[in-house]
Write a protein of this length. Structure first.
Length: 140
């Protein structure tokens, strides 16, 4: 994450683990809108955006266009695991703001779970030709 300091990845579609009653859609698929820069990770994770609504001990690493936040756990028992959270400004632990959903065992495994349709239809939505010179392969 630090190597690229945020950005927009391709492929970017993923099946999310949030139950449809909490995050309704026709199917449990969305896409990574962007991964946050380190300054935004600090802003979101520090409570500047959702205040006391933040799930504790989580880094905010990205988002989807529909309001899911992509989180990385800092808790010892699940360190580095990726979760999704339906953002909320209610104080954490109150008024339905009390759950995050497991998404992947690591950031690398989350990236490996991203996909495009066989016809690469999401590529046309993702690609902006003027940014081609900024594109970099994801290498670990």
């Amino acid at each position: 994450m630090l190597a690229f300091n945020g950005g927009c990845v391709y492929p970017r579609l993923f099946f999310y683990a949030v139950p449809l009653e909490y995050y309704p859609s026709t199917e449990p698929v969305t896409f990574v809108d962007l991964f946050y820069s380190w300054s935004d990770v600090r802003k979101y994770s520090g409570g500047d955006v959702y205040g006391r609504g933040n799930p504790p001990d989580m880094l905010f690493i990205g988002s989807t266009p529909g309001g899911l936040q992509i989180l990385m756990s800092l808790r010892a028992e699940e360190f580095g695991q990726i979760f999704c959270w339906v953002h909320n400004t209610n104080i954490w632990g109150t008024d339905g703001n009390d759950h995050i959903w497991y998404q992947a065992s690591s950031f690398e495994n989350f990236l490996k779970s991203l996909y495009d349709e066989p016809d690469r239809s999401d590529y046309d939505n993702w690609r902006i030709p003027i940014y081609d010179k900024l594109a970099k392969p994801l290498a670990f």
